[in-house]
Structure formats: structure tokens, C-alpha cells
Write a protein that binds this ligand. Structure first.
Ligand code: HEM
Length: 425
């Protein structure tokens, strides 16, 4: 039996995706289902930033909610630019590139940077990281297993991605906690627990940037066997000659990497654990044949969680999405969460199904030049974390309601209690 599409009692004209309070309503899925069915591309006012942020209110945005339309926007990078910034709120282009590196750039600058950065993700580098994913996941479970209960997010889900990125970049363990706190501030914008003012945001960004800058300068002087060194040594050639990353570009890329690779993977793992607790049949399917089921289970976790809810583009010319006219300069926001529940693209989209095939979800983006650089690494982390958890702590369960991040950008879980009785060797 298929699971019914959820509903909402909100009238179409009362839907305001820019309103953070509405965003936190329990019928969010119903709201998006209504938009997909009745107004697939709709205009929304932007929230007024709190006065202490000192930023003017933006001009509003088009929300694209259907799978096919999100794909069109994502893949037409001539018509839909990532600069000046790929988040809904505005900021000056220089700050956006400093804070977001390549994610806020377009060709040819983006292409150049991506070519260099790809050198950090060669098979050799990735093989090195894969080994470290296994070692770190084991260590995490060893450390937490004797407790019998804990906060799942901080102890299991958050610990792995952060350590992997730090390890990959060659950062010492003693610095990981500091980096963890700074990334929380950057992605927690909008949630009062993490950030209140623009200054706090800039301070956290500056802290990460400077850390990356110092790391780059150190590796230029003292090369090592890590990705930072590989990135600093990588050269690409175009009609203007040879290019290398500057220490400043590495600083910004580091900022993007720790932010992009951390909360996202943590969010996927947390939602995954929640699903496996709520759906013991799905858990059994996976546990009974871990190797064979892992590839589809991991994709389904990412579709289900959709850790990154949206990215924005800016129209470079007058165009049409769905049946909607869009004017040059307007903001166009791709709602991946909605595309990933689109009844036109997925059979029974509200069913969590570890065996789902096909599953061409948009959790890592909807195709095009910015497709997630860390997708394979994230897949590996999710798989290995669950392999360790389900084998070593076979009765681990979520034991209470998750505390959700107040954000329309990251589908984050801040805290979620879990417990177990059995510990296997
Ligand atoms: C489950 C985990 C993850 C999710 C859901 C996720 C999601 C995304 C999405 C939606 C995008 C934008 C794609 C687009 O605009 O087409 C993106 C870009 C990116 N991601 Fe991920 N990501 C994850 C993990 C990671 C990891 C582990 C890393 C690195 C270690 C990473 C690095 C990046 C980078 C560098 C970009 C920018 C690429 C560019 O602009 O060319 N991500 N990711």
C-alpha cells in the first residue's frame, strides 16, 4: 500500500516560504505538495533580517518545487548564475566569494578552480580518505559504546565528517573542536542558538578562513602527504598560462569544505538513524544483507534527509521556468526537498525504501557544474558509519524527539537522544 501525499490546511495564497515560523510547521511536506500540484513556481517575499544584522530586506524569490524544473535550472548555468551568491539572502559579491568560494562562482572562474580542486579528489587521495573513514568510525564507536546512551548527533553523526575533513586537510586532532564550533555558527544562521548577528557570522568565517590560510602557507613551506599540499601544488594551464591556488583561495575553499562536508553528512546520518528506528522492517532488510543493500540504502537516506534544502541561482536573462516568466536579475531558488518528494519523479515518494531503484534524487544537487564534489566521500561515510553502528551496537535506537535546527537551508537535527544495551566486539 502506498503512503498518501500529506496535506495542509493553508490556502495557496497564505503560503510564505520566506517566513521562518511557517517553515517550522509540521505540515511542511503538505505545503510543498500543494505548491507542486497547484503553483509549482511561486513568488515569495524574503524575511526581513533582524535589525541587529544590519542587512536590508531582499527583493523576494521564485521558488521552484518540481523535479523537472529544478533540473532545468540546475543544468542551465548560462541562464542561471551562482554569483553573486547561491543562498537566498544577499551579500556583496566579494564577501560571497570569500565566504563561499567556488559555490558562488560561474564559468570561467568556477571551471578553473574546480579543475584545481579536483586534484585533491583523485583516486589516490580518495583511497587514503576511505581508509581513514573506516579507522575513525571504529574509534568513534569504541569510544562511545560503553556509555549505553548519548546524544546521537554530537557523538556519532557529527564526529565522523568533521574528523574526516580535518584528517584529509592534515589538521591536528587538538584543533577539531574549535573548527566544529565555527562551522555551527555559519550554517546555523537563523537559529538563535547559534547566531544572532552578522558580526558573529563574519567572525566565524574569518576564523575558518585564517585557519585555512595559515595551513596553506605552512604546506607551501613544508609539503606533506595531505590534500592541502596536493591542492597547493596543483597546476592547471589555460590560454593565460599556468595557474595555482593562492593561499587566500585555499583559505576560502577550506571554509567551503568544512561547512559543506560537515553538517550535510551529519544531517544525513542523523535522519538515517531516525528512519531505521521508526521502520524496523527497513532496518532488518539492510542488516540482513548489508553489502548488497548498502548502495540503495545510502542513496535513500540522502533522498529522505535532503540535508541541503535549497540553493539559489540568479537569472541572467528573461526566461521561463514551468509556465512562469522570470525576469533578468530575479532570484530563482531550487527546492531540492520538494523535488525529492515529487510524485512525478518517484514512485511512492513518501515511503522510505532502502531498496529503492531507480533513485535519481537531487540530494547532492540536480546536475550541472556545481554537483557536489564530496558526494562519493559522503556516501562512503554514511555507509561505514552505519556498518559500524549496526554491527557493534545492534539494538541502538533513537529514544526521543529530535531537536530540529531552525533553518530553511539545512534540514539539520541539533540533538537526538539514543540508547543501546548490546555491545558486540
Ligand atoms: C550527505 C552529504 C552531502 C550533501 C547532501 C551535499 C550536498 C551538496 C549540494 C546540494 C551541493 C550543491 C550542488 C549544486 O549546486 O549543483 C554541494 C556542493 C558541494 N559540496 Fe556537497 N554535500 C554533501 C557532502 C559533501 C562533502 C563530504 C564534501 C567535501 C568533503 C562536500 C563538498 C562540496 C563542495 C566543495 C561543493 C561545491 C561544488 C561546486 O561549487 O562546484 N559535500 N553539496
Amino acid at each position: 500500500m502506498s503512503i498518501e501525499t500529506p496535506g495542509t490546511d493553508l490556502a495557496l495564497d497564505d503560503i510564505r516560504l520566506g517566513d521562518i515560523e511557517q517553515w517550522m510547521r509540521p505540515d511542511r511536506e503538505g505545503i510543498f505538495a500543494k505548491l507542486r500540484a497547484e503553483r509549482p513556481v511561486s513568488f515569495h517575499e524574503e524575511p526581513a533580517p533582524p535589525p541587529e544584522m544590519g542587512i536590508p530586506q531582499g527583493p523576494g524569490f521564485w521558488a521552484v518545487t518540481r523535479y523537472a524544473d529544478v533540473m532545468q535550472v540546475s543544468r542551465d548555468s548560462d541562464t542561471f548564475h551562482s554569483a553573486p551568491t547561491s543562498t537566498i539572502g544577499d551579500m556583496p559579491a566579494e564577501i560571497a566569494q570569500w565566504l563561499g568560494s567556488m559555490i558562488n562562482m560561474d564559468a570561467p572562474k568556477h571551471t578553473k578552480l574546480r579543475l584545481i580542486v579536483n586534484r585533491g579528489f583523485t583516486p589516490r587521495q580518495v583511497a587514503r580518505i576511505e581508509e581513514s573513514v573506516r579507522v575513525q568510525a571504529k574509534e568513534i564507536v569504541d569510544r562511545v559504546a560503553p556509555l549505553g546512551e548519548c546524544d546521537f548527533v554530537s557523538e556519532f553523526a557529527a564526529a565522523l565528517p568533521l574528523q574526516i575533513i580535518c584528517d584529509m586537510m592534515g589538521i591536528p586532532r587538538s584543533d577539531t573542536k574549535h573548527i566544529f564550533e565555527l562551522t555551527n555558527v555559519i550554517l546555523g544562521v537563523g537559529d538563535p542558538e547559534y547566531v544572532q548577528t552578522l558580526e558573529q557570522l563574519m567572525e566565524a568565517g574569518m576564523g575558518l578562513f585564517q585557519y585555512g590560510l595559515a595551513l596553506a602557507e605552512d604546506r607551501l613551506a613544508n609539503p606533506r602527504d595531505d590534500i592541502t599540499t596536493a591542492l597547493m601544488q596543483a597546476e592547471i594551464e589555460d590560454e593565460n598560462g599556468l595557474h595555482r591556488l593562492t593561499a587566500g583561495e585555499l583559505g576560502s575553499f577550506f571554509l567551503l569544505l568544512v561547512v559543506a562536508g560537515n553538517e550535510t553528512t551529519r544531517t544525513a546520518i542523523s535522519h538515517g538513524m531516525r528512519c531505521l528506528t521508526e521502520l524496523p522492517d527497513q532496518r532488518k532488510l539492510w542488516v540482513d544483507d548489508f553489502e548488497a543493500v548498502s548502495p540503495t540504502a545510502v542513496e535513500e537516506i540522502v533522498r529522505w534527509a535532503t540535508p541541503v534544502i535549497n540553493f539559489r541561482r540568479t537569472a541572467t536573462r528573461d526566461t521561463v521556468v514551468g509556465d512562469q516568466d522570470i525576469k533578468e536579475g530575479q532570484k530563482v531558488v531550487m527546492f531540492y526537498n520538494s523535488a525529492n518528494r515529487d510524485e512525478e519523479a518517484f514512485d511512492d515518494p513518501f515511503r522510505f525504501d532502502v531498496l529503492r531503484t531507480p533513485n535519481e534524487h537531487f540530494g547532492f544537487g540536480a546536475g550541472g557544474p556545481h554537483f557536489c564534489l564530496g558526494a562519493n566521500l559522503a556516501r562512503r561515510e554514511i555507509r561505514v558509519m552505519f556498518e559500524e553502528l549496526l554491527r557493534r551496537l545492534p539494538d541502538i535506537e533513537v529514544t526521543g524527539e529530535p531537536d530540529m535546527l531552525q533553518s530553511n537551508f539545512i534540514h539539520g537535527i541539533k540533538r537526538m537522544p539514543c540508547a543501546w544495551h548490546t555491545v558486540n566486539d
